[in-house]
Design a protein around this ligand. Structure first.
Ligand code: SF4
Length: 231
């Protein structure tokens, strides 16, 4: 695995390639981002952004959402997928905010992951973007990109979070995660566009030649031996 200094250098380069990296979910406060992030599971940010304006108008905070019924909520979030499970989680989350936190979103990982339907990734998104607390969300893009480059080495999100977190200062965590996510969406896709990648020279995956022949690094051609004609 790369050294912390290498990791910081690689993130410098990627951040220069993606200066606009940020969450693509639309929100104006921590409650809205928490709801949007929960809705984004198994969906896309663009799809979530289509349903949240009407949702936030109807449920502007935890007290209003805590009083909702699944029957009222499900049609509104239907298009984001898994609407029954998400309705249940959203109402449970809002009730817990009202009962335990006076309707406010707590600014700590320990309290956030105690809320129904909230895992470390969601908690890190909200902490880092809306609450000013360093958070390093690890989604499937971060997992793929970090492992390919060699700045992390695990298929477990919490391990990759710890590895990247140890190599980067806390104030860089959220931007680093946003950058790796965007790199994974735009360039280091499941079939990566290495020709457009700013860290090609430092990427373990690329340098290993594990890519398809046309995308793998060029190797020098072997010299062809020409046999002498038989006499
Ligand atoms: S060189 Fe290719 S595999 Fe490596 S990070 Fe860039 S796009 Fe991904």
């Amino acid at each position: 695995m790369r050294s912390p200094a290498d990791t910081r250098h690689i993130l410098d380069t990627l951040e220069a390639q993606h200066p606009d990296a940020d969450t693509e979910l639309h929100y104006t406060n921590a409650f809205e981002l928490l709801v949007a992030t929960m809705l984004s599971a198994q969906s896309t940010d663009a799809r979530v952004n289509l349903v949240t304006p009407a949702f936030f108008k109807r449920y502007p905070g935890a007290p209003a959402l805590a009083k909702a019924t699944p029957r009222a909520l499900e049609p509104q979030i239907h298009s984001t997928g898994f609407f029954r499970a998400k309705s249940k989680a959203l109402i449970g989350m809002a009730k817990a905010l009202v009962e335990r936190h006076e309707g406010e979103v707590p600014a700590s990982m320990e309290a956030l992951v105690e809320l129904p339907g909230v895992g470390r990734k969601t908690a890190n998104v909200v902490l880092g973007h809306a609450l000013g607390v360093p958070g390093l969300p690890v989604d499937r893009h971060v997992l793929r990109v970090a492992n390919r480059i060699g700045i992390a080495s695990s298929d477990k999100p919490e391990v990759v979070e710890a590895q990247l977190g140890a190599a980067l200062p806390k104030e860089r965590w959220t931007q680093a995660s946003d950058t790796l996510i965007l790199h994974g969406r735009r360039i280091c896709k499941p079939r990566p566009l290495c020709d457009r990648c700013a860290v090609q020279d430092e990427c373990h995956f690329y340098q290993s030649g594990a890519l398809s022949p046309e995308r793998a690094p060029r190797k020098p051609r072997a010299t062809r031996r020409i046999r002498a004609p038989r006499r």
